[in-house]
Ligand binder design. Structure first.
Ligand SMILES: NC(=O)C1=CN([C@@H]2O[C@H](COP(=O)(O)OP(=O)(O)OC[C@H]3O[C@@H](n4cnc5c(N)ncnc54)[C@H](OP(=O)(O)O)[C@@H]3O)[C@@H](O)[C@H]2O)C=CC1
Ligand SMILES: O=C(O)C1=N[C@H](C(=O)O)C[C@H](O)C1
Length: 267
């Protein structure tokens, strides 16, 4: 495999730091630049925690970064505001996005799909890079064929910007693809405190828990007459996401289509 030249957007973040480690420690990957919204014009090695990473410039303007850098892939681990613009701009410069950032709208995903078709370029949007989380979503989709009453409870650290999580939305979408719409609970139920029943997705409910001490966790509960099943996944650190990032970078180099969800590229 030829060396894959990579830009990382959001390098100082919790995920960005892990991604810098992954890319700089993977033989066939090369970190050619990083995109931040601070520290324009300095080198990454001048930033605390990156002293051993040599020759990687920091950019704050994506256009300039893409014009001055010869890159194959942009890994985006930023915010719901910045991520969609980064992915779109990368594609318009012939660079393939691998996006972990969550909080994209349906319209933003559709637009990226359109650009991929027009440019014949690959793009992978993965709401969760952890293989265990992908299995949790697939197992939930299997269970939903037999259990139509479902509550999704996602639990994250309290620095998270988007709710519900990208994983919870993706899980609900995968379940909705196989489950007939069902409005759950009592037909006359009333919330005496707004939000008590969580968010409604096709009649399912999604509950978002935010607490210091948590990293990324989700359980999907299924109920039927006299029985329940709970399918749960826990990420205890951000390294748990990195094997998925690696697979996504390798795969995006071989494909010319838009992919939403790691389950679509794993065997
Ligand atoms: N797909 C997956 O498996 C996973 C996805 N995520 C998602 O990844 C994203 C990042 O998460 P996390 O690392 O925890 O968040 P952090 O807040 O720790 O990191 C985000 C980084 O992006 C920087 N940033 C903000 N705006 C811009 C911009 N316009 N350009 C470049 N950099 C910018 C922030 O800088 P500053 O702090 O100075 O604002 C920060 O360093 C979130 O959307 C999260 O949901 C997280 C974990 C796993
Ligand atoms: O913000 C996080 O931390 C995470 N975000 C992703 C999501 O929204 O699903 C993936 C993982 O849950 C961690």
């Amino acid at each position: 495999m030829e060396t894959v030249k990579i830009i990382i957007a959001g390098p100082r973040g919790r995920m960005g730091r892990e991604a810098v480690n992954l890319v700089t420690n993977t033989e066939q990957f090369e970190l050619v630049a990083v995109l931040d919204h601070k520290y324009d014009g300095i080198m990454l090695s001048d930033i605390e925690g990156f002293h051993s990473v040599s020759n990687v410039p920091v950019y704050t303007e994506i256009e300039k970064c893409l014009q001055e850098t010869d890159a194959d892939v942009l890994i985006d681990l930023t915010t719901p505001e910045a991520g969609p613009y980064h992915a779109k701009t990368a594609l318009n410069h012939g660079v393939r996005p691998v996006v972990g950032t969550t909080g994209f709208t349906k319209e933003q995903l559709l637009e990226l799909d359109e650009i991929c078709k027009e440019k014949e370029l690959g793009c992978i949007i993965a709401p969760n890079f952890a293989i265990g989380a992908v299995l949790m979503m697939k197992f939930s989709q299997m269970a939903a064929k037999y259990f139509q009453d479902i509550e999704i409870i996602e639990m994250h650290h309290d620095k998270k910007l988007d709710a519900p999580s990208g994983t919870a939305v993706k899980t609900a979408e995968m379940i909705a693809a196989v489950r007939e719409t069902k409005i759950q609970g009592h037909p006359n139920e009333k919330e005496t405190i707004q939000g008590a029943r969580g968010a409604d997705f096709d009649g399912m409910h999604i509950h978002s828990v935010r607490l210091p001490g948590l990293i990324a966790h989700q359980q999907v509960m299924f109920g039927s007459d006299g029985q329940t099943i709970t399918i749960r996944h826990d990420s205890y650190n951000r390294a748990s996401f990195m094997s998925g990032v690696k697979v996504a970078v390798e795969t995006v180099m071989k494909q010319n289509t838009f992919v939403y969800g790691l389950e679509n590229i794993l065997d």
